[in-house]
Design a protein around this ligand. Sequence first.
Ligand code: ATP
Length: 197
Amino acid sequence: MLHKEKQIRIGLTGGIGSGKTFVGVLFSKLGIPVFNADFEAKRCMVENKILKKEIQYIFGNKVYRDGLLQNDILAEIVFNDKQKLEALNKLVHPVVKQNFENWCSVKNSQIVIKEAAILFESDSHIGLDKVICVSASENVRIGRVIKRDNISRRQIIARMERQMPQNQKEKLSDFVILNHDKELLLPQIIRIITQIG
Ligand code: ATP
């Protein structure tokens, strides 16, 4: 009788601008499916009717206009209010978690990846077999985000300060991928796949 091999679930995390998504794309090009939890959370906040109602109930009707999430308004509400941020996470994370389960069950791949910026902070690492942290120096990360999002250094540093520090993420992870000019990414990725698979 054939037994389906146990699926290995890997977390992919890292601070703002570390290159999680960039590295995730490389994994998917190597045939490993990647679930982008941050993207999924945004999608659910727009498409999941029950979740939308709950968000509106707690944060007011102003967070949606013509059915579309007003990201800037919601961000402003939760940015400096830890309790409100926690309330939002409590609504969104169970939905994303369930969607990840559904997604995994239809992926016929021995290894799957869950990419999330706040993997440890949201306890989303629980249930995963291994975690990879993508790291780069603060200056490199700031430079990338300035270029990508066209926002100020000060805004980026404010966001960084609200995230778990990179060295703490590294300590909690099983693997670290160094994503800066001096290190090639593919050999690091292949080394990890070989160790996991
Ligand atoms: P966030 O948490 O802010 O979403 P992230 O960790 O997912 O960030 P990415 O969006 O993957 O980071 O990378 C930030 C920017 O830097 C992107 O524009 C990406 O294309 C670029 N980038 C990341 N790593 C590299 C690399 N090794 N070479 C070239 N560009 C890179």
